[in-house]
Design a protein. Structure first.
Length: 405
């Protein structure tokens, strides 16, 4: 995706300018709502860099152009543009209106973001995607700008689903079918599973799993099939409650009362977050013998629900804190990671070089970034507001934290 470079200035009696990047991307597209589409369709933009003014930017879909009024999109923030819909604009939701406006294509179309409405060329295009078929309007500009692949497209999804961006790449395969659309929120579900196993025991199957940390976790559903490739059916009549948000270990067990004689069964767990977003674990086969005798085969201790789909740094915990805190993050690909801590004057308080990190979610205290509340000289810093700037490869994000003594 195209990077937009600018200078961010922090001022409190002293001007300090920090170079950073603002990278606004088309993050999720909901183009075919259930039933009538008017007033229900939307396009979500995500800013994984510094705050940026979108005044005069132009968002295109299906022959219509929405021009942004004065609007600032904060760092690591989302805005949802409601297509062919009426409403009152807010910091998170904008409305195109319905006068002489058309819905997006239900089976194919394109979405383009430009940094001006006056000229739609390869020099002014910021981001692009197309679905259902290649060769959509403005594909050539996106290809020339190096932000799309010629003739490629994201596969059309079912009515009521959305297309969501994995967080990197410029092809149709970098978009996935989101069964539960997540407007204005990240789809990543950071749950760290360290153990998942199913055992035959006394004509039932006992399923156990352990999480090392959970974020916004509403609960779990369990699915069973007679083949690794399905079909699967949900076997729990009531959702198994999750731990919400915690960095402590949580243990779960479920007993599947089914005739196991002469049969083999496969299981996976589906995690549901508070916004209704869902993702599934790997599929495992039930085996015989007591628990703990055979080491469970977990794809990755730091990745319960498949690899992360985008770069992200989360809010530090605890916050406020005294004197130490932890900063969780996730990487969709290996990257060199650094963190800088700034005070409100824009002065560097602490620099941390974490080196090369692999794909995964770094969420627990053992894995996330630790700051002990000290400056580069090892001295405890005073109470106040601080900012942490996280860099992983070309990705950058900044968040605020509060030290209270």
């Amino acid at each position: 995706m195209k990077n937009l470079m600018r200078l961010t200035c922090l001022c409190l009696g002293l001007w300090i300018c920090l170079q950073a990047s603002a990278d606004v991307v088309i993050n999720e597209v909901f183009y075919d709502a259930e039933g009538a589409d008017t007033g229900k369709e939307w396009i979500e933009l995500y800013n994984n860099g510094d705050a940026i003014q979108l005044d005069g930017y132009c968002l295109y879909a299906s022959g219509e152009h929405y021009v942004f009024n004065p609007f600032s999109l904060d760092a690591d923030a989302y805005v949802v543009v409601h297509w062919n819909a009426d409403g009152t604009d807010t910091l998170t939701d904008l409305y195109t209106g319905t006068a002489d406006w058309s819905n997006m294509g239900n089976t194919s179309g394109s979405v383009a973001l430009w940094n001006t409405h006056d000229s739609h060329t390869q020099e002014t295009i910021v981001d692009y995607m197309e679905y259902g078929a290649g060769g959509q309007p403005f594909e050539s500009a996106a290809v020339s700008a190096g932000i799309w692949t010629a003739g490629d497209f994201a596969a059309d999804v079912d009515e009521g689903h959305s297309l969501e961006y994995y967080g990197s790449g410029d092809t149709g395969a970098d978009w996935f079918d989101q069964a539960v659309p997540t407007p204005g929120a990240d789809n990543a579900l950071p749950v760290t599973l360290s153990y998942f196993e199913a055992r035959y025991f006394d004509n039932v199957v006992i399923i156990r799993w352990i999480t090392e940390s959970e974020t916004n976790n509403l609960g779990f559903d369990i699915y069973r099939g007679e083949s690794k490739y399905g079909p699967f059916e949900k076997i729990n009549s009531h959702r198994i409650a999750g731990a919400g948000t915690t960095v402590s270990q949580s243990r779960y067990e479920y007993i599947d009362e089914i005739d196991v004689s002469g049969n083999q069964y496969f299981y996976y767990i589906e995690n549901i977050d508070f916004s209704g977003g869902k993702e599934r674990s790997e599929t495992i086969q039930a085996i015989s013998g007591p628990f703990g005798k055979v080491k469970p085969e977990i794809a990755s201790k730091t990745s319960f629900l498949g690899k992360p789909v985008k770069y992200q740094v989360f809010q530090n915990f605890p916050n406020p804190f005294n004197p130490e805190t932890w900063i969780p993050f996730q990487l969709p690909e290996p990257a060199y990671v650094t963190v800088k801590i700034y005070n409100v004057f824009g002065q560097t308080v602490r620099s941390m070089d974490l080196g090369q990190k692999g794909i995964g979610r770094y969420l627990s205290k053992d894995e996330s970034i630790h700051w002990d509340g000290r400056n580069q000289n090892g001295e405890l810093v005073p109470s106040g507001v601080y900012f942490y700037q996280f860099r992983a490869g070309k990705f950058m994000a900044m968040k605020k934290m509060l030290l209270v003594k």
